[in-house]
Write a protein that binds this ligand. Sequence first.
Ligand code: ITT
Length: 198
Amino acid sequence: MPLIELLFATHNTHKLREVSAIIGTRFRLLTLGDVGFDEEIPEPHPTLHENALEKAQVLHRLFPHLNVIAEDTGLEVAALNGAPGVMTARYAGTGLAQDNMRLLLQNLQSSTNRAAQFRTVLALIENKGQTHYFEGIAQGTIRTEPSGAGGFGYDPIFEPKGYRQTFAEMPDTLKNSISHRYKALQQLSDFLQQYSPI
Ligand code: ITT
């Protein structure tokens, strides 16, 4: 049986690499480059669900014959009432991971509560038109300073629960077997199995 094709609506090459490593053998992942789409995709909404849906819808309108997936991920810090949340990518205003981490550490300076979680909401719009959501959470704590060179974004300051390494200190294969993104993709994969038993 041919592999199900999924067009992944993201410009983030790190996400693409992770998603490809996690589900690349189970599905045929198409990139925005594959379909010649190079415009910005807006994420103007107050929830991860709405932003993930918006990203998927932009591509679904253009390529209705394809199954489209998009995801929005937020880092939710307990002591900051869930911030930066939907603002995770734009927290410091520069779009640079170093600036975002610096601001987060600054805002947490006087806080002993370091609990945080990454939450990924993945939206699938099938070529039949139905929309489905899948969610994955990775709980952990925020370190007091960055450590590690792997991963991307806030990985150098995020230590997942049960580990003594940050996501950036561990091998990609380990992050990709416990992460928020992995968990959301497992659910997507389980859902799609009905069409393509593995
Ligand atoms: P697309 O919208 O094109 O998919 P993006 O980078 O804008 O890409 P998001 O809106 O989901 O993606 O931004 C989430 C930000 O959260 C991202 O830029 C990183 O800074 C951070 N982030 C997401 N996943 C992460 C992960 O696994 N580890 C560390 N930081 C992550």
